[in-house]
Design a binder for this molecule. Sequence first.
Ligand code: B12
Ligand code: SF4
Length: 511
Amino acid sequence: MRVTMILPALTEATGPLFRPVKYALFPPLGLATLAGYLRPDDEVRIWDEHVERLRVDDDRPDLVVIQPYITSARRSYELADGYRARGVHVAMGGLHVTSLPEEAAAHADTVFVGPGEDTWPVFLDEFRRGEARKRYDSTTRTLTGLPPVRRDLIQRHRYLVPNSIVVSRGCPHHCDFCYKDAFFEGGKSFYTQTVDAALAEIDRLPGRHVYFLDDHLLGNRRFAEALFAGMEGTGRVWQAAGTVDSVLAPGLLEKAVAAGLRSLFVGFETINSDNLRTQKKRQNIGRDYAAVVRRLRDQGVMVNASFVFGMDGDTPDVFDRTVEWAVQQGIETATFHIMTPYPGTGLYRRMAAADRIVHADWDLYDTRHVVYRPVGMTPRQLEDGYWRAYREFYRWGAIWRGASTKEQRRDRWRHLAYAGGWKKFEPVWDMLIRTGGVTRALPLLESALASFGGRRSITADRSAGERSAVHFGRPVVDAERPDLAGDPGDRQVGGDAGAAAQLHRAVGDPV
Ligand code: B12
Ligand code: SF4
């Protein structure tokens, strides 16, 4: 059987001259996972439109598999319609299809709702017998006995971070804005591989660097500890996502660091605790954000902090306050997002019930556009503030200020190299990726990460958290900002990793 698997891209990723590097970070792991279920004599290829031009016109496989994200739904449907017009059977699944199966079904012969590990092999058998159904709903959730991910189909040289991996699915929490509950409806919503299988999959990855794309790698403590024990001593350096509360949990972070953790994506989401309550981000309410950053820094772990703007408690000052707090904490990289109600989420239902959704142009559901009616500011203020936050956080002056919160010179330089080097030289990364030279950058990343962590760094600004104007966790009097003193509204809120407020861990700062 001949199979073509496609990860379509949104328009921005296909520019001939410049492509934001975030689109060339990770290979299509979901498709490579599904390819593992094909037979050895099946002829299969994976096309990732984020990094290559598709040549679909004369492609006539027996089966085409398309994985739409919300922002690439339009492109996905266009491709699907083209294949169907040529008589090719189109199968579509993944997060967006699960949110809106009827919409996708208008462009596919078969749609899949939920994770594919149980339904996909059943479909394959039925398809080979000529009995494929129009829809398959996942009910059985397990990662036991999975076939190996077909990493041989991944063009490693096209990606900055080819060693991405997931060893679990879902997350134990239930935040309102997150796609998670919608995607896993009808079965378990958090489950892991066996530790042995996860370690075996890690072993298959060449080099030292690994990027875990799990929503919350630290979500099951027993699993995480056993995994870290197995990784200790292997020389791996790795990055992942974890929640605020898991960072504060005694002992767990230390084990992760001993196993090679060097950078953690943390979804702080908002500096307004009311927002966290509305968004049901309960696991993070009342936690001390500054303590989270300190703890990570003390362990030599870089922080990629994620924030969402536009929640109902936000007013126009939220942008400057958030950026100022992040800079004062010496956070290396930050990603900002405009709140986006993805179909299927609790947030979407709330917004729709209040008639606050403005349109259903999925192209604009990219966390950079306002697609709902905000309450604390105008849509214009929200979009302008979002872009300003990026500009202000990544100004050389702010990068320098963040770096100078570190006592040791080498820590300061490293901060400058990461925050500045990454954001300011994006065209260089793009060029390296396009010319296939990016693999040469990987050893640099590995050695930088290796030298960064695994030690207790001395923090010059141990008091930065206590002095911070936007101090979360407990009221504090700040000499420079008496207006904030003791304001209970400034208690920390939320912050996890996974969807990090519908967020996107990879975007904005990959490494
Ligand atoms: C890595 C990643 C990226 C990477 C690379 C994507 C890639 N190469 O796969 C990059 C950086 C390019 C990226 C970009 C964006 N992303 Co992104 N990304 C992710 C992330 C963190 C992990 C994806 C992953 O690899 N998962 C692991 C694999 C194993 O799972 P999977 O891909 O879902 O595939 C499984 C199932 O979905 C299913 N399945 C999938 N397709 C099919 C098809 C069939 C036929 C079947 C049977 C089953 C099936 O089976 C697979 C195996 O289990 C997810 C978060 C998440 N937890 O999924 C967000 C996520 C997918 N991204 C998201 C978004 C919003 C974006 C951006 C818009 C961000 C931005 N602001 O720019 C862009 C849009 C890109 C686009 N094309 O439109 C959202 C999608 C929301 C939605 N409803 O579609 C997510 C869910 C994050 C979030 N906000 O909650 N992203
Ligand atoms: S936002 Fe993060 S913590 Fe919340 S449910 Fe989603 S993955 Fe879990």
